[in-house]
Design a binder for this molecule. Structure first.
Ligand SMILES: *Cc1c(COP(=O)(O)O)cnc(C)c1O
Length: 423
């Protein structure tokens, strides 16, 4: 099936007399007939549902759709994008370990890596994605367990050279994790370019209606953990909390996602509610249509803004002069996303006045949904970062993040135009 068909029909194939739509299994627990049946589930000897913190049929159907869209073997839904990123790293790293991330990432992810994981003894080195191979190579250490980047960075809209980062990681025997939230699998499948693990904030385009918080981790099933067994004891040595089971030998290409479910979800419990998974699936059914419209609208808006005399700069990978344009043509030939970054000619107060003058486009802490919205990261999402950290995260103090929705583009441009005229 092609991407559009998977969006509509992937993940859930009802049999005779079963509901056409994915049913919401609003149940914490599942019944068995013998004690022995239940025991086998706890030993991971049989597969089946027993408690929704670990697995739920609604969540599994939606996760299977996302895994198919990304070209992975299996996927796990999480309660938020933050939980997905946290688990993706924690499934590979423990206290004393280290990993590498590009510096221009989502503010919440930056905090998680720079502050919270550090307190847990897991350290991160941030690298400039435009640095040379040698410069990035210097960040690797014997205890480095993975490399992380975003297909399209939030909010700076830079495109990751996925093949290059996969090569840098693989040549050291470690996997590449890519956050594919902004591109979505409709526009880019990082696994096709060498990524091993893909993460999502499904809160954004996948849900697409600002209705349900959620996240997802997709396992490509391609990384050979046993080839670097000494680096990944959690996957290649017996798990004492599962009677000495070894994930890599017992589950092969599903080792990573099985460990994330059986161990991390069991112990930490950031499960997505089945009701949210149902809403997410409704969003996924139109993802391919919405993403196409988001991209078409954003391209028109980016062209309008870059020609406007009050605009200082615009970053959108679809603009021919953009510094990510060549990478976008390679990795995102159908379009990038609906998000663009811009700076006005003028002061910080002008930025505030511009945003306050918008009528159709609202100021919200959100991005990538059907309704157009704006945010000033330096005063909102990224306000806890210092000026230096801001610059490192690719966030200029004057950067305004505009998330172009799927309204009629003439109305979006008219709103921007009237707000700019008031400056
Ligand atoms: C929003 C976002 C996240 C965090 O997701 P939540 O669902 O808000 O927890 C992670 N990565 C990117 C790129 C995001 O845009």
């Amino acid at each position: 099936m092609k991407q559009g068909t998977l969006c509509v029909q992937g993940g859930w194939q009802p049999k005779k007399g079963e509901p056409r739509q994915v049913p919401v299994c609003q149940s914490t627990t599942f019944r068995y007939e013998t004690s022995e049946q239940m025991a086998r589930l706890f030993d991971l000897e049989d597969s089946g549902y027993f408690y929704t913190r670990l697995q739920n049929p609604t969540n599994d159907a939606v996760a299977a759709k996302i895994a198919a869209l990304e070209g992975g073997t299996a996927a796990m839904l999480t309660s938020s994008g933050q939980a997905a990123t946290f688990y993706a790293i924690l499934n590979l790293c423990e206290a004393g370990d280290h990993f590498i991330s590009t510096c221009n990432i989502y503010g919440g992810t930056y905090n998680l890596f720079a502050v919270t994981l550090r307190k847990m003894g897991i350290s991160c080195t941030f690298v400039d994605p435009e640095a040379t191979d040698e410069e990035i190579g210097r960040a690797f250490r014997p205890e480095t367990k993975c490399v992380f980047g975003e297909t399209i960075s939030n909010p700076s809209c830079s495109v990751l050279d996925i093949e290059r980062f996969a090569r840098l990681a693989h040549s050291r025997g470690i996997p590449l994790i890519v956050d594919n939230t902004f591109a979505t699998p409709v526009n880019c499948r990082p696994i096709d370019w060498g990524a091993d693990i893909v993460t999502h904030s499904t809160t954004k385009y996948m849900d697409g209606h600002a209705a349900a918080l959620g996240g997802c981790i997709v396992d490509s099933g391609r990384f050979d953990w046993t080839a670097s067994a000494e680096k990944f004891p959690g996957l290649c040595q017996p798990d004492a909390s599962y009677h000495g089971l070894c994930y890599a030998t017992a589950f092969g290409p599903a080792a990573y996602i099985t460990k994330a479910t059986a161990q991390l979800m069991r112990d930490l419990g950031s499960t997505q509610s089945p009701q949210n998974a149902f809403l997410l699936n409704l969003g996924l059914e139109t993802l391919h249509l919405r993403v196409e419209r988001h991209c078409a609208n954003a391209q028109r808006v980016a062209e309008f803004l870059s020609a406007h005399p009050r605009i200082g700069w615009v970053r959108y990978p679809g603009l021919t002069g953009d510094k990510s344009h060549a990478l976008a043509r390679k990795y995102l030939p159908k379009g990038s996303c609906g998000v663009l970054a811009l700076g006005l000619k003028g002061t910080r107060q002008d930025a505030t006045r511009f945003m306050d003058s918008l009528e159709l486009i609202s100021i919200v802490t959100h991005v990538a949904d059907a309704r157009s919205c704006v945010l000033h990261p330096a005063s909102h999402t990224h306000r806890q970062l210092s000026d230096e950290q801001l610059r490192e995260a690719g966030v200029a103090p004057d950067l305004i993040r505009l998330s172009v929705g799927i309204e009629d583009v003439e109305d979006i441009i008219a709103d921007l135009s009237q707000a700019l005229a008031r400056l």
